[in-house]
Each structure stands twice: as C-alpha cells, then as structure tokens.
Design a protein around this ligand. Structure first.
Ligand SMILES: [Mg+2]
Length: 398
C-alpha cells in the first residue's frame, strides 16, 4: 500500500502556520504588490474561494478579493517546514521518497499502523502532521504509486483530505478525468492525445493499442496505467549515491609511496564532505589512471559505516595495495565513498567505545574550524609531503 502525501497550498500554509493571526484569512504569497509584474505564487484556500489563482497578477487578486493579505515568499521558512514534514512522515515508515518540498511517497507495506486499515492510518498521519507543523496535507492511497498520486489529486477536493482508490474504482473515479490530469503526461503528450480524439483517461484506457503506436514504448505503458494493469514505480531515491574527489597530477607519479600524500588528502576531503552533507559511507572505491589513460578501480567495504578520515584512509591504503604495477606511472587518483546513508539512520557501532566518540567529536571540531577559517585551516597529517601540484584544469579531465 502506497500513500502520496501533499501539503495543501504549501507557501500560504507555511505563512499561516508561522503567523497564527493569518490563519483562516484569504492570503497569497507574492512579490511586491506595487510591481505590476508581480504574480501570485500560492493562494490559500480562503483566497481561492474568491477566484484567486496561482500565476494570476497580484493586482487581479486584489481586485477579486480586496481584503486579501499579501505575504512575501520565504524559501528558508518553506525548507524548515519541509524538514519537519518529512521527519514526521519518517516516524510512520522508513520508506519515504520526497518528490518536492511539499510532496512525497510513503511505502506503507508492513507498517504496524496499517492493521487498522489504510484510511485510518492516513487519518493518523494527517492528524500528526497537523499537530507538529500546523500544515494540512492531502493523502492519496492505492496499491501502487501512480494511482496513489491520482488519488491525492482527487483527495484535495474532499473535506477529510483522504482518498483510497482500488483498481475497480478507476472507471468511476479516474476515467472521466481529462488526459491533462494523467500523472506523468506533459502538455505536449496531452495535446497529441487530444489530436487523436483521446480526451479522457477512460478514452486512453479503452482505445485500440494500435492507435498509440506513435508514442513508442510509452503508448502501451500509459494505457496499462489507465487500465490499472500497471502500478508505476517510486521515483529514484534523492541524494547522492556516492561522493568522490579526484586529483590529476602535473607530472606522473611513479609509485605507491609517492602517491600516498594525495591519497591521504583526498580521503580527508571526502570525509569532510560526508560530515558536511550528513552522510555515512559503507564502502570505499579507489581509482587510478595510468599514463596511457587506462583506469584501474578497486572497491571494498569499510569495517563499519563511517565519516572518519582515518577509516577511509585505512581502507584506501588496503585498496592501493591491491592495485597492479601497471597502474603506475599514475596521472590521476580518485577516492569515492559508496553506499551512502543518512547519518544517524544506520545502526550504531556494535561496541561503541569512548575513543570512537572522542574521535567523532574531534572531527566535528575540525569541520567547524574549516567552516570558519577555510578548508586549509586544518590539514591531515601525511598529506603534506612535497608533491606535484595539479595540472592546469583544462588538462585535468584526461
Ligand atoms: Mg502541494
């Protein structure tokens, strides 16, 4: 069972959540109203009742609703509420896929709360989100992600904000909708469908597959989704899957010993980025490119998920030991952290010791000093041997 959770009128709702005196009032988020070109970015539901719409000139909104309150946009505010929203959703299921600042998929399969039924669980999610963020969400529920998204769009029109759709509900609930409402179809494809006389999702579901030939593989896929024969899939997980740094040398490096300072420096840079971006690495990759532009890669797991430069360095040294002699003379080295997970999301070390904790605190202090005084304020020991400087950047791609 999948849910698509979507905040109603996100920007306006955040403004009202932050400033309770604005709640229940017709409200728009927009640029400077004295500027003729300013448009409405989001209108609260109260403003929409006056006919105010997104992308309408602010002056038009003021004409339709003279009492409308105008609030300037505040990206930091939306990001803060977005973080609260997703943290709240993650308490219900570990599989949360944000698709935008105010919208995300939840895989509810195996959720303990599902025993009471999907609608009861969605009501609980909706209530909890409101208690913690003062935001109202709409929730679409279905066996697959695509139908959950369609259900969420329809749920916005309901007072309880929740709609469960089963495949057998589709002819009655989804088929009358215009092809423009089909999730995943853009305006160009919708226009092309209309040109073929396919105006509704029901037309698409019941059309002869041969009529969709000009859409290539997308044709049968759209038809199967419309017929409830395909579920769609979750969007790719956001955030990086790996994180890497590399260095190209001004002159080729002869052997492992001469390469070592660059390896230490790169492990330090990768570790710093992991800490800054809040990820923990589970494995490490090392890449060398020899003077003939042949690449050699080795990869291995870390003993435990880590962000510490010394753990990455030890793993990189052992990978370096497995490199063939033909990797030298070497013109480029790259270090990549793989298997990234959010810091704090992985199980803690089995036998946490004082020393490990002190080392983590030390690295946090190093990061803080670098943030303030620049990346070279603290240099890793062993990275400072005389080594050839970088090639000019024009040559560094190799
Ligand atoms: Mg929304």
């Amino acid at each position: 069972m999948f849910a698509l959770v979507d905040v109603n009128a996100m920007f306006a709702s955040c403004a009202a959540a932050e400033e309770p005196s604005l709640r229940g009032l017709p409200l728009v988020v927009a640029g400077d109203p004295s500027d003729r070109r300013s448009i409405v970015l989001t209108a609260s539901y109260e403003a929409r009742a006056y006919g105010v719409r997104t992308a309408m000139p602010v002056r038009e909104a003021m004409r339709l609703c003279p009492d409308v309150r105008i609030v300037p946009p505040d990206r930091q505010l939306y990001e803060r509420y977005s973080r609260h929203l997703f943290a709240t959703l993650e308490a219900f299921t570990p599989i949360v896929r944000p698709v935008s600042i105010d919208e995300g998929y939840l895989d509810l399969t195996g959720c303990p709360g599902l025993q009471a039924g999907p609608v009861a669980l969605a009501a609980e999610i909706r209530r909890t989100v409101f208690e913690r963020t003062a935001l109202y969400v709409s929730i679409g529920l279905a066996e697959g992600p695509w139908l959950a998204k369609m259900a969420a769009d329809l749920a916005k029109k309901r007072s309880d904000g929740i709609l469960l759709l089963c495949p057998e509900d589709m002819p009655q609930a989804v088929w009358p909708l215009s092809v423009d409402a089909f999730h995943g179809i853009g305006p160009k494809t919708a226009a092309k469908l209309r040109g073929l006389g396919i105006r509704t999702i029901g037309d698409l579901a019941t059309t002869d597959p041969a009529r969709l030939r000009s859409f290539g593989v997308q044709g049968p896929r759209m038809r199967r989704l419309a017929r409830g024969e395909e579920q769609g899939s979750l969007p790719e997980e956001s955030g990086p899957l790996s994180l890497s740094h590399e260095e190209t040398f001004a002159r080729d490096v002869r052997d492992q010993e001469e390469l070592h300072p660059a390896l230490v420096a790169l492990c330090d840079r990768v570790a710093e980025r992991l800490r800054r971006e809040g990820f923990v690495a589970q494995s490490l990759g090392l890449r060398l490119r020899n003077k003939d532009f042949r690449d050699f890669s080795r990869q291995g797991p870390l003993p435990a998920p880590s962000t510490r430069a010394e753990d990455l360095r030890r793993a990189a040294e052992s990978l370096l030991g497995r490199m063939p002699a033909t990797a030298f003379p070497c013109r480029l080295i790259g270090v990549t952290a793989h298997g990234l997970t959010k810091a704090g999301a992985t199980a803690p070390e089995l036998f946490p010791d004082d020393l490990a904790e002190r080392r983590d605190r030390l690295w946090q202090a190093v990061s803080a000093v670098r943030e303030r005084f620049g990346p070279d304020a603290v240099k890793p020991l062993g990275a400072e041997a005389t080594r050839p400087s970088r090639r000019p950047s024009g040559q560094s791609k190799g």
